[in-house]
Write a protein that binds this ligand. Structure first.
Ligand code: ATP
Ligand code: MG
Length: 335
């Protein structure tokens, strides 16, 4: 990968939450890079640490009960070291965020225009009139018809799809080089979902931004991502170009996730039932102290034989796997 294209470099990032008197890692040693024009998808079941990772990158964690260590390198500085005040210059301006629930991210008491304008006010030198023009331009860009009228409305007057477009307009207002989208379409119906993803694609073509897309939806990943990181219990267990993840998945967890997609006949087992991953992601206080974190969820393997901490290693160029036994591991029906 050309290093001059790298926008963000995350090294050995840890995010620990205080629970009672101890701290527990929800993100446990995550490393990756994000390049210009790249879409990196992060997938994994609920509770794997995806949002915790996104929140740490945008510095929105609660500083009272969260400890962050490691590096988030952006333009030569480690964002982990920034104070909340210093972060406000980065957020919105350098890193735009789109979260799942547009209603929770919007202020119910402010008009759409005021909310988009706020970011322009803080981060640009545009005057009032120029800001107004830019708000209308942004609303138009995110596919909102009649921007003049929409600008004067309040969040509750808009549909879910429209609100998500407004969130995207806010995220884009300052043309940030990095966009982090955490489940941006989960709350929306399928046609709106497709429109929003198309919109992100268009924006990327125009701005060359790097996008981190967090989603449960492997269909969305297959269609939009360039690279995919599969997260399990706070760690990346596999990271590879999208075609490798779908055509040559190695980690048993990745293979398990792919087998649970409900659309192709060949992933259903003989009884016609979909593959379901047994058990659940361990909670922070129940995290295994050593060994493979996924092994306890595979009923037929002896977890005591997997007590060594597997490390991410490169199995082919750009394809990393955290597993020692993937070559000999087979699910029923797998070759
Ligand atoms: N503020 C917090 N304090 C304590 N534990 C937390 C806190 N926020 C998240 N967690 C725990 O950290 C782990 C990771 O949660 P996170 O929300 O990052 O998962 P996720 O992958 O985004 O899940 P989902 O797909 O449901 O959004 C979970 O075990 C969760 O219960
Ligand atoms: Mg989440």
């Amino acid at each position: 990968m050309e290093t001059d294209k790298i926008l963000l470099e995350v090294n050995d990032l840890h995010t620990a939450f205080r629970i009672k008197d101890d701290f527990y890692d929800a993100v446990d040693g995550v490393s990756f890079t994000l390049s210009k024009n790249e879409k990196l998808a992060i997938v994994g079941e609920s509770g794997c640490g995806k949002s915790t990772l996104a929140t740490a990158i945008v510095g929105l964690h609660n500083r009272l009960n969260t400890k962050i260590s490691g590096e988030i390198l952006y333009k030569g500085q480690n964002l982990v070291d920034l104070t909340e005040e210093q972060y406000t210059k980065i957020r919105g301006n350098e890193i735009g965020m789109i979260f799942q629930d547009p209603l929770a991210s919007l202020n119910p008491l402010m008009t759409i225009e005021a909310q988009i304008e706020e970011s322009l006010f803080y981060h640009t030198k545009l005057n009032k009139e120029q800001r107004h023009e830019r708000v209308l331009e942004l609303l138009d860009q995110v596919g909102i018809a009649n921007p003049q009228r929409m600008a004067k409305q309040y969040p509750h007057e808009l549909s879910g799809g429209m609100r998500q477009r407004v969130i995207i307009a806010i995220a884009l207002a300052c043309k940030p080089p990095i966009i982090i989208a955490d489940e941006p379409t989960t709350a929306l119906d399928v046609t709106i979902q497709a429109q929003i993803l198309d919109l992100l694609n268009e924006i990327q073509t125009e701005t060359e931004s790097g996008i981190i897309l967090i989603t449960h939806d492997l269909g969305v990943v297959a269609e939009t991502a360039d690279r995919v990181a599969v997260m399990y219990a706070g760690q990346f267990v596999e990271i590879a170009p999208v075609h490798e993840i779908f055509n040559n998945p190695q980690h048993p967890y990745t293979r398990s996730l792919l087998r649970s997609i409900p659309q192709s006949n060949d992933i259903a087992d003989e009884s016609g039932e979909l593959h379901v991953i047994q058990g659940v992601v361990p909670t922070l206080t129940k995290m295994p102290h050593k060994g493979c974190r996924f092994a306890p969820r595979i009923p037929w393997i002896d977890a005591s034989e997997h007590e060594e901490d597997p490390q991410l290693h490169e199995v082919s160029p750009g394809h990393f796997v955290r597993c020692t036994c993937y070559k000999n591991f087979h699910f029923e029906g797998e070759e």
